[in-house]
Design a protein around this ligand. Sequence first.
Ligand code: CP
Length: 326
Amino acid sequence: MSGAPTGLNEVLQRTFSFPKRHFLSATDLNEVEVANLLDLADGFVSLNRQTSKKLDLLKGRTLMNLFFENSTRTQSSFELAGKRLGADVVNMSPRSSSISKGETLIDTAVTLNAMQPDLLVIRHSSSGAASLLSQKVGCSVINAGDGQHEHPTQALLDALSMRRAFGRIAGLKVAICGDVLHSRVARSNIALLQMLGAHVRLVGPPTLIPAAADRWNVEVFHDMRKGIAGCDVVMMLRLQLERMDGVMAPSQREYFRFFGLDREKLAHAAPGVRVMHPGPMNRGVEIDSDVADDLAVSLIQDQVEMGVAARMAVLTSLAARLDNER
Ligand code: CP
């Protein structure tokens, strides 16, 4: 391809047709599919670092972003991913749509479906919303976070960040710390990381670790220093006060004292430890700025960059499947 940016041919060779129509849950994926998505995303990282970022892999396709909950990273990265791949991208906000006049989720979805989109990205506060939508529309549905259930593209970008930092995921000790109870990020990461051979620990106060964790094949710790001891990755989670029914954590000051990540606690982790956070961060609540902003330790900005590439990989693979169906 003349005039193609370096690496484009490599990306094209890695493009594959995703075997499922929708991208709803990390538990729907297998190891080969994840490896293919990560390899493809790696190629997009190189392309995204070049001056010319525009491709036509999704030319003629329409991507609709339907976000019923606030988002900075996920919505903007899906928008950028779609545009860089040449798709027409429409952003729907519930506040400015007929949803604010009482239209139901299903009616909204069926209405949008009649406009023949190819890819529908949804974030919703109800667990199962993306799956429900996928049964009502003809296009591919991508789960951008449904309640406390899953956030599978976040897990994919986290896996990409870890694989690039360590060269592998198998054998890594990963501590997921904080408000696991309300975290869709934690649920998707546990499924994906275990599939890829990582050892996962959960660390947090008993009130914020779900009872179901007993069945997740993870080690559970209620002492932060013991929980992160010897870990290669410490993934911090936001204290999701908006999802809490009553008081489930002490004051933010006390929470930071016991479960906030600072230099002193981090010193218990393995040498070369990397710190992650899906964002948005509450500085001084679950993480100290000193750790979050130390680029020798923190992967937080890498995670944001990988988010665009990982979502480009998901969109390309789903669109390739649509091409094959046609
Ligand atoms: N990690 C994440 O989902 O961030 P946003 O809420 O900003 O999309």
